[in-house]
Design a binder for this molecule. Sequence first.
Ligand SMILES: *[C@@H]1O[C@H](CO)[C@@H](O)[C@H](O)[C@H]1NC(C)=O
Length: 271
Amino acid sequence: MRPPGGRGVPPAPRALLLALLALLAGAGGARAELRVRVRLPGGRVAEERLQADGAGDSVGLELREPDGALVSLTADFRKHVKILRALVLGELEKGQRQFQALCFVTRLRDHEIIPSEAMAKLRQKNPRAVRQAEEARGLEQLHMDMAVNFSQGALLSPHLHNVCAEATDAIYTRQEDVRFWLEQGVDSSMFKALPTDTEQALPRCGQAGDRGAPCVCRYGLSLAWYPCMLKYCHSRDRPAPYKCGIRSCQKSYSFTFFVPQRQLCPWEEDS
Ligand SMILES: *[C@@H]1O[C@H](CO)[C@@H](O)[C@H](O)[C@H]1NC(C)=O
């Protein structure tokens, strides 16, 4: 699948590909942070923060979207949990809250993002370089049909408490991901099914009448650049291929989820 508008991501120049090298050894277990400049859809440049926690086996990234929303991704490899959080800016003059927090929790699959020990070793030669993803992974549409109870959420991932602290009533997941976690021994009592549009004939929030009426909300976000795979090089001096850099990807997400009141989905009100 391609992102809306069908724009492909042009390949980055070769010099950029070589600039991120995982050269330093022995950084396992360490916490590391790296700031890179990335080109957003639409052309603006944003600073992105990449974090790695080798001991906790997790990675994080954070960047500001073109519409001002602050988006973060937390990948908890130990628990197979991925948390996408958005802090969406409201329009105060329309009586909206200053910002609204949303947390989307899904199963972290293998090879979605580079491992924490590789992320901890990333260095860049040229911090001023503007990076553009080498590979477009397209748009993933997810229907979030369950809610996660915030106070029990630490049992799913210890990161949930920090990351979703401002989204306590808006932590969403999917039944198919929950099934996987239950097989891993996670307690089922923290998950609650949300009303579905098929059983209640719920309208999309853009078409709902009353501000207090329940509806199906949509929120989209895009990760403009993230290290998704390791690159291996061959050398005459070494018997086996060795890790020598990363491949970068771009990916967009479109989430739909139930809200009990249309005013909790203000970005769809004017559309
Ligand atoms: C979440 O779990 C706590 C502790 O079990 C419980 O007291 C609370 O009522 C639950 N909240 C919701 C919204 O279900």
